[in-house]
Design a binder for this molecule. Structure first.
Ligand SMILES: Nc1nc2c(ncn2[C@@H]2O[C@H](COP(=O)(O)OP(=O)(O)O)[C@@H](O)[C@H]2O)c(=O)[nH]1
Ligand SMILES: [Mg+2]
Ligand SMILES: [Zn+2]
Length: 321
């Protein structure tokens, strides 16, 4: 088998990048169209560069352009998702913040928020909770409940994409220079929110299935946008519902909202899943009150779901084809 070696610093036969040249232009990928990427250069100009379909470039990548060639610079973070067919795709590179958007109607499915928070932290992003539709009548109890659950561990923004109430706080948070991505189940107002903070987007509101899911031969185009109040966001049509990559049962506790303080002391067993193991720091935290009972019960239920999913996956793989 022919080995294709990746160019990691070493000299290449053609087009070596070892010596920085006056022709090198630094930039960031702002749109990805499968076989071409749009690069916003530091000079302010945009350049279209053709790439192989499997090039692995993604929106948010810092690159150096020399003529028709693109070299990717190291990434701080990469966020991944699953597409409608279950394949793993990259959402964006060098993201800072994952906004988890929820609303009282439709209310978040069980475990949704926690798994999104864990996935964000796993990828090196800071999760924030965005409670939308605060203008809805009878949303006070919902807002109070979810604010109380998460406010000690992550930033919580209560707002209305429709009336604009509370938008300023989110905008000035992102305006500190964060690059963000928003997830939320269909109907929570994700498109409305993105339109409100990024007027150039012009996303359709109220569409159940976005373009990428319709089976047309559209390539999902991720785009990176500068926000008027500062910061940036990545938008990926066709990606609306959950679908961040699955987290493994072993990763759950380490990033689980509410366990932070308890896990400052390690459990006796390194592979502790925090059920009934002796010397468990989480169980200790429940006893001493640093871990709320509700958090622990939620953890155990999500853990069981993840384990069941893993068992199904392994039994499928183990079956002879
Ligand atoms: N009352 C209220 N309705 C909203 C708000 N944001 C979005 N909606 C409505 O919720 C529905 C779904 O919104 P959309 O932005 O398409 O949600 P998405 O599926 O998450 O992209 C639409 O009918 C919106 O008008 C809000 O802040 N308040
Ligand atoms: Mg939408
Ligand atoms: Zn434990």
């Amino acid at each position: 088998m022919k080995k294709k070696k990746k160019a990691v610093g070493g000299p290449k036969k053609t087009d070596s990048f070892d010596a920085a040249s006056a022709l090198d232009l630094k930039g960031v990928i702002v749109a990805h169209h499968g076989v071409a990427v749009h690069v916003l250069l530091e000079t302010g100009e945009k350049q279209v560069v053709r790439v192989k379909r499997s090039s692995g470039h993604v929106v948010g990548d810092d690159v150096v352009v020399r003529g028709e060639r693109l070299t990717r610079l190291p990434r701080r973070t990469v966020l991944r998702r699953k597409d409608a067919r279950g394949s793993v795709r990259m959402v964006g590179a060098n993201l800072d913040v994952l906004g988890v958007v929820i609303a009282s109607l439709p209310s978040p499915p069980f475990g949704y928020i926690d798994q999104a928070i864990v996935a964000a932290r796993e990828a090196g992003l800071v999760p924030v909770l965005v409670i939308n539709k605060c203008d809805l009548e009878d949303s006070e109890a919902f807002i109070a409940q979810f604010s109380a659950t998460y406010t000690d561990t992550i930033d919580v923004f209560v707002l209305s994409a429709v009336t604009g109430e509370g938008l300023d706080a989110l905008e000035s948070y992102l305006g500190q220079g964060y690059r963000s991505f928003f997830v939320g189940t269909t109907g929570v107002g994700k498109s409305s929110l993105l339109n409100a903070i990024c007027p150039t987007l012009d996303l359709r509101v109220g569409e159940l299935y976005e373009v990428g899911n319709r089976g047309c031969n559209t390539t999902t185009v991720s785009t990176l946008h500068s926000l008027p109040a500062g910061g940036e966001l990545v938008d990926t049509p066709g990606f609306n519902d959950f679908g961040l990559v699955d987290i493994s049962p072993d990763d759950l506790a380490g990033h689980f909202p509410g366990f932070e303080q308890a896990l400052e002391n390690p459990c006796r067993f390194r592979d502790c899943r925090h059920r009934t193991e002796p010397g468990c720091a989480v169980a200790e935290g429940v006893k001493s009150g640093t871990v709320p009972e509700e958090r622990y019960a939620t953890y155990l239920e999500i853990l069981s779901q993840l384990e069941a999913g893993e068992a199904r996956y392994q039994s499928r793989r183990g079956r002879p084809s």
